[in-house]
Ligand binder design. Sequence first.
Ligand code: MRU
Length: 336
Amino acid sequence: MQEGRTIFWDDGICTIDQTRLPGEFVEIRIEDVRDLVEAITSLRIRGAPALGAAGGYGIALAARRSRFNTALELLMEMEAAGAMIKGSRPTAINLSWGVDRVLRAAAAKESAEDMRIAALAEAEAIAEEDLLVNRALGRNGARLLDDGASVLTHCNAGRLACVGWGTALGVIRSAVEAGKRIEVYACETRPLNQGSRLTSWELSRDKIPVTLICDGAAAYLMRKRKIDAVIVGADRITKDAVFNKVGTYSHALSAKAHGIPFFVAAPLSTFDAQHSEDEIIVEERSADEIRRLGDAILAPTDVPVWNPAFDATPMELVDALITEKGVFRPPLMPPI
Ligand code: MRU
């Protein structure tokens, strides 16, 4: 694995299979757009900024694999690949943002050869920028945390969810880097356990104190122990709501009830100024994610299940949006 990077290009898309963590650290190389779509839908690659980079690299991959040598035919094939990739997970805006950005860069070229070069260069630029952006938003957000702070987080908005460093966990890492002692409570994040499998793994590897709780314990934790802030990442931020892993809304309500600030850390690429909450498709996933755990059956197989992957937290519950361009207190929003 390249130093400090979760996803990078080496004759294909190289990344960590996040479904195997924390049991096994398995590196994969994706060499085909269909395999990329499978990796995204199965959450081998996940987290909004990582999806942005994967989407960009996916277009570079489509260009590389295409047999067409005229600019028009190649562009049509890249656009078809883009539609497939974008359709694989609809809620995280970074995925379509990454795809579209690379398509635009390629479309500006006149020959197929230049389009291939431009596609890979733009995908690399997205990945490089993600590292810088996360560092910048981390520094901005770290100022909101005092030495000795206890922070609750949900899902995984860390290094694994990005090209590196992280958004919500990036803020925590930057605070620790600045010499502050930070203690983290990680919610396990049912049904796919990104909190227990990924966040607690990342933080314990970095020797940042982390305590794991089940999602249902979060409100009681806020009542019983000192929690100074809730910090989460985001998959899409419209003018009126923050879309993030299901369960986030409950934590925002609990934080409000207990007078605890609720912070969202996300790059500008996660903002969607064009839409409002009601217009966004929230991905619904398979019932088996709730009914089963590996081979174990957790529920009668005929009980109906509703399994939205994300929820929307109304902007009124958000105390600060932490971005690379600074900290914005809603209703103030970053300029995009
Ligand atoms: O379904 P996932 O694991 O892709 O959901 C990810 C999240 O909800 C993260 O909190 C979000 O993408 C922010 S990542 C920096």
